[in-house]
Design a protein around this ligand. Sequence first.
Ligand SMILES: Nc1ncnc2c1ncn2[C@@H]1O[C@H](COP(=O)(O)OP(=O)(O)O)[C@@H](O)[C@H]1O
Ligand SMILES: [Mg+2]
Length: 418
Amino acid sequence: MKILIIGKGGREHALAWKLSQNESVTKIYVAEGNPGCELLPKVACVKLHKIDDLLGFALAEKIDLTIVGSEELLVAGIVDKFKAHNLRIFGPDQNAAQLEGSKVFSKDFMKKYGIKTAAYESFSDYAKALKYLDQVNYPIVIKASGLAAGKGVIIAPNRDEAEIALADMLLERIFGDSGNEVVIEEFLDGVEASILSFTDSQVIIPLISAKDHKKIGDGETGPNTGGMGVIAPNPYVTDEVNQAFIRDILEPTLRGIQSEKMDFAGVIFFGVMITKNGVYLLEYNMRMGDPETQAVLPLMESDLLELINATLDKQLALFDIKWRSGATCCVVLASGGYPHKHPVGIDICGIREFNAQGCYLFAAGVASKQNQLVTAGGRVLNIVAHGSDLSIAHENAYNAIKQISFDGCYFRSDIGKV
Ligand SMILES: Nc1ncnc2c1ncn2[C@@H]1O[C@H](COP(=O)(O)OP(=O)(O)O)[C@@H](O)[C@H]1O
Ligand SMILES: [Mg+2]
């Protein structure tokens, strides 16, 4: 059995690690992957990016299953193209991918199916958007509708900043076509949770919840990043929160998927805000999260390939996902200066030798230079530890980090200190 994973970060390394445990898997290609993935015995990286090149590769290599890590290709229709060539691929088709690819589409879907979400209006006309600001309370949230690599959401504390955000998106077009339309929505005060789930369009089965740490600094301070760490399960997702999530978000989402005749097998990642007035859906992502995947997969006892196959075969309702007890803590090691300008090409010590009981290393911004592993991005490595509870997982992760070093290495010291 040959698998193709598309993407290059820590998420894809974690997927390759988990899938390689299934004995029927003979080869895993990651496109384009990173040299960290190649430390796994069955894994090879291939430098391909375009849908047509990936399709050609999957046909030539007789790939049995393709899994898409990142959102751009899903929104561009990779699943439809692969299916048209009778290739087995896990993920939403182009229509369902709009639940992530267009915030206007997804908010309208949420409204239509009574999914609990922040009140909003959408605009493509700057003058009309400005006029709407007359009737809102501050802070107010302004979102570019299209994909913007996590940079398209502005929380404006007052009218002046809201006007600047609207002008940037609708007039200056700083996000290009992704900002052709904007969503202006009510600010929700609360704690966030990431709930990944699998769906075969007949059921939606949630995985263990996770809590991302988005800001660069300890105590959630400083600028936003792609994620500096994550813990699972999310301690704020109590039984009560979970019940509210299922009733107010998951079940109506499934009704919407079925009514709209969206028929796909893939992941739905619910980004939710837990508030004193209940659990609200902020957004859908239609693929695994990064770094959530790195913390959630080490807790999964079930075989991931069997789970994906059950989903593709519309047998998900019969699949009982087994979980390990305890918790995981994933800490991101970043290049000094990230999320701003930062150097690359710096020697990293300790990756190949990394060995810590109950810990995992997933590589992200890593390249190989004359057989030496060097930094190649802002977020360089993920160190994940399992523990019988969160505080032990935290301690194990920070002990394991001591095995890795590179000049300027930066990480938060408070991941898992909730
Ligand atoms: N209505 C809201 N109220 C408060 N914070 C919000 C709201 N919508 C988004 N956010 C914040 O902005 C972040 C990014 O928003 P999100 O909708 O997830 O877009 P994306 O991940 O595509 O950038 C969220 O994780 C959350 O911290
Ligand atoms: Mg988000």
